[in-house]
Design a binder for this molecule. Structure first.
Ligand SMILES: Nc1ncnc2c1ncn2[C@@H]1O[C@H](COP(=O)(O)OP(=O)(O)OP(=O)(O)O)[C@@H](O)[C@H]1O
Ligand SMILES: [Mg+2]
Length: 365
């Protein structure tokens, strides 16, 4: 799953050690990543973690305290140099994309374009065709739906052939179904144009869906960088794991590099004797079994030992059901998701096992 970076072309965008201080507070700290042409890197993280500030520095509308940005190998800003934003050939698309209300769709798209009238007209026609809005060329923005306006904004941002597109939560104003379609169309179009994209979002699903790579940010720093698969399946810490889904935590104490739990023993190498550890697992990786006259299934190598719990709540969620158990061994609550419909009545006793290769061991909080 990992990408072979030695084979990848020169990055279109390269961000090196960007840092931004306001007073004595570092809101972006030592952020580095690169994006190849036609690829999407998502900056993902909670509110206030420094995503927009990072984008603003790349765009040139804010000045970094230190660090450098390169486009196609050329420095566009560094310690003693900063190319003005309008010279960077970077497209911007934000949530409040504000089309010009008094200009037609075609004029909105051709707004920032240079060249002859015929060239402009051809580029506008090409882009409106690509976003499926040729028919709306002479309409005004207020005559279009939210999704259609979004597509006009995309066409406008792409018209001057930016080498890089910076997008800050551009889809958050749209309703769900529309958003899925527009996201996918937008991606296809950006790929087609060879644009390198940095997409800011605080929604994990959007990042997983849109990004070839994800930079997970927290408190101004990138805490993990990788493909969606790796970020989801090999989280660096408990918070990184919890950012993508509900988690279950089983606490224990390491002794001789092993931790005993009601679900069996776990290897906890590198932990000192007496160290508190958390075994963490996502709800979809718990396995449920029926009670067999007071007993559960036999232990196995892949699932360990079973522990009993009693259903406290079961909810249907659409493509899956979420069942919450109160565990008999310590009264803790564990959540399990099961595909489709599975709604055992409250009080039902069941046996839970953990898919061992889906468990992570982290230091206790
Ligand atoms: N001009 C400024 N002066 C002082 N502090 C600022 C300034 N701009 C941003 N900050 C602070 O920097 C931090 C990061 O802000 P930023 O807008 O980058 O967050 P974000 O990750 O985009 O969050 P959100 O998801 O809410 O948009 C915030 O705590 C913010 O208050
Ligand atoms: Mg922001």
């Amino acid at each position: 799953m990992s990408q072979d970076h030695t084979q990848s072309p020169q990055p279109r965008l390269e961000v090196r050690n960007l840092t931004r201080r306001f007073g004595d507070r570092e809101v972006v700290r030592d952020v580095s990543f690169s994006v190849a042409p036609g690829q999407v890197t998502c900056l993902l993280g909670p509110s206030g973690c420094g995503k927009s500030t990072t984008l603003r520095m790349i765009a040139g509308v804010d000045r970094q305290s230190s660090g450098e940005v390169y486009v196609d190998g050329e420095m566009i800003c560094g310690p003693n140099f900063s190319l003005p934003p309008e010279k960077r050939r970077i497209g911007l698309m934000f949530q409040d994309f504000a089309l010009f209300p008094h200009l037609s769709v075609a004029d909105n798209v051709s707004f920032g374009l240079e060249g002859s009238k015929a060239e402009k007209r051809a580029r506008v026609a090409e882009l409106l065709e690509k976003v499926g809005l040729s028919w709306a060329m002479d309409d005004f923005p207020h005559m279009l739906s939210g999704g259609e306006q979004q597509r006009v904004a995309l066409a406008r941002a792409l018209a001057p052939r930016p080498r890089i597109m910076l997008m800050d939560e551009p889809f958050s104003g749209l309703d769900n179904r529309l958003r899925d379609d527009i996201r996918d169309e937008t991606l296809a179009l950006l790929k087609d144009e060879g644009t390198a994209v940095v997409l800011v979002t605080h929604e994990p699903e959007e990042a997983l869906r849109m990004g070839q790579e994800i930079a997970l940010m927290r408190d101004g720093s990138i805490v993990q960088f990788g493909t969606p698969y790796n970020i989801y399946n090999a989280p660096v810490d408990r918070e990184a794991m919890a950012f993508f889904s509900d988690i279950n935590v089983i606490s224990g104490t390491s002794q001789g590099a092993l931790t005993d739990t009601p679900f069996g023993q776990f290897l906890t190498p590198g932990y000192e004797d007496g160290a508190r550890v958390d075994i963490v697992i996502r709800p979809q990786h718990l396995h449920l079994d029926f009670d067999r006259a007071g007993k559960g299934p036999e232990p196995t190598a892949s699932h360990g030992q079973a522990a009993a719990g009693v259903v406290v709540r079961a909810r249907f969620m659409g493509k899956e059901s979420l069942v919450e158990f109160r565990m008999e061994h310590d009264g803790s609550i564990l959540k399990a998701t099961v595909p489709n419909v599975f709604l055992p009545p409250e009080g039902t006793r069941q046996w839970l096992t953990l898919r061992r290769n889906r468990c992570f061991v982290f230091p206790a909080k």
